[in-house]
Design a protein around this ligand. Sequence first.
Ligand SMILES: [Zn+2]
Length: 345
Amino acid sequence: MKNTNEELDMNIKRVCPCCESLTNQELVKNTEEYKVRNELILAESSFYVCSVCENEIEDDSVTDPLVEVYRKYRDIKGYIHPHQLVEFRQKYDLTQKELSHMLGFGAVTLSRYENGSLQTDSHNISLEMAMQPNSLKMLVERNQPIFSKDKLEALLTSLEKECENLYCGSSNEISRQLSKSKINEFSGYSELQVLKLIELIIFMCSFGGTLKTKLNKLLFYSDFYAFKESTRSMTGLQYVHLPYGPVPDNFDFVYAQLLKEGVLCKEEISYPNGYFGENYVSNRDVDLTMFNENEKSILELVQAKFQNYSSKEITDYSHEEMAYKETVLSEVISYKFSEDLSDLQ
Ligand SMILES: [Zn+2]
């Protein structure tokens, strides 16, 4: 029974625009290939065929197939969809004019995107960035004159609150992923302090950015020098002996989380030898209120000491430390080795 119904649904009886008589017309579905910016997308199209003259008749009930084609393309590319763009703008009560002004592209362009036009790759990057509360706050701050006083105040207040929540969220996420080590020689006799870890990373990425391999070493030196001076690590983080030197526990997750939340952004740097590096740059100012004076001075000394070291140079340097020489692959490094660290100054 079900089949019969479906078949009935597929066929209609109406006047054929070709032979101009009342005929049965069968719905035919077809899969077609569309090329969108070098990407082949399959989408379904449908039309009717007249049982008398056998001409193809347009199916008025379907929307433009390009709507579906672009939807699929956006999914493949991870692009923002038009409805998400509209929702984002409405959430902050931003007009098309305001948002497009902050992003530096025309209001007409933004309006076309919201109505289904396919965004360019670079516009998609700008939009994604703007959708992160941290970055949006920065954009609003830079473009204060385009808002009325009341609107500006309301916007900044709500963004401020959102960034704070996000910040708590991010520290919770990171806490869940990092090893809950006991307070012992491997944590530097400190409890894991994720908020401090985040600020430490932001600090080290504030000076034009830092490559990932180098960042790992800067964290190691900050924590280990702090331990050397005060027998307490700064963050309570564990470090592991890996081929490129000592690295923080689960660092890939930590950085990915901070990138995802817009605390850091990533620049790909390509070298003449074809090698690619990931340069991490802070998206906001560092907040060092959680660090004591001794820790602050260590941060500054570590940053200054290694400022001009390449990733390779700092890796080679770290390989000479007892903390590295006296441990084996995958071993968690005891903070007791900080006694033998090379001099900081
Ligand atoms: Zn016909």
